[in-house]
Design a protein around this ligand. Structure first.
Ligand code: TYD
Length: 198
């Protein structure tokens, strides 16, 4: 049987990593992965070594990194392994539309990924007020990237919520405790036949 593909989206500090681990434990093990990936393109995007590139180039590179990643994910799913991915196509639509978007860009950001992504069995959107998200990132003591500015993240959040309507993301209130967030997500998974409590 094929493995299931679960994606977690949300702004920085929304608790994606913690949730990914909880879901993996609940389903008896899964491959945890993330984007931007550890590959050449993912590393270049993360490191800032590309310098100040045009927004369209940035979007295409995120999508190319994802296209390569998707081939690896497909192999795992075919081998019966469940895959939980921290960020997927929604991140490029939400973040890159926030950095250069009007309506045309929104459509382009979705359309240009169509041939290189697969449809997840579930996408969870951890919805959080960016002020709270930034608070959590600050507490972790990490340097703030340009993606983590408040106004920008407000736009990202709006774009995510709009995407949730179009792509059937399951929106979960990430301002709750980690336990409550997990409970909500496991409940959604149960309803979708992805989890059966012992
Ligand atoms: P992330 O791994 O969540 O951050 P970190 O490793 O610093 O905790 O992702 C790095 C940043 O890249 C994040 O701010 C969101 C941004 N991003 C995009 O702008 N577009 C994309 O398609 C992806 C996957 C990430």
């Amino acid at each position: 049987m094929k493995g299931k593909f679960i994606v977690i989206e949300g702004i920085d500090g929304s608790g994606k990593t913690t949730l990914a681990k909880t879901i993996a434990d609940a389903v008896g093990g899964a491959d945890l992965t993330f984007e931007p990936t550890k590959g050449v393109l993912g590393q270049a995007l993360r490191s800032g070594s590309l310098g100040d590139i045009p927004p369209a180039a940035e979007a295409l590179l995120f999508a190319a990194d994802r296209a390569i990643h998707t081939e690896e994910i497909k192999k795992k799913l075919d081998a019966g392994i469940w895959v939980i991915c921290d960020r997927y196509l929604g991140s490029t639509v939400a973040y890159q539309s926030a950095s250069f978007g009007d309506a045309a860009d929104w459509d382009w950001l979705l359309d240009m990924q169509k041939k290189s992504v697969i449809t997840p069995d579930l996408t969870v959107l951890l919805d959080l007020d960016p002020e709270a998200g930034l608070g959590r990132v600050n507490v972790r003591g990490e340097e703030l990237s340009r993606f983590e500015k408040l106004d920008f993240l407000k736009k990202v959040r709006e774009a995510y919520l709009r995407l949730a309507d179009i792509l059937d993301y399951q929106v979960v209130d990430a301002s709750q405790s980690a336990e409550k967030v997990s409970q909500d997500v496991l409940h959604i998974m149960e309803k979708k036949g992805l989890y059966a409590p012992q």
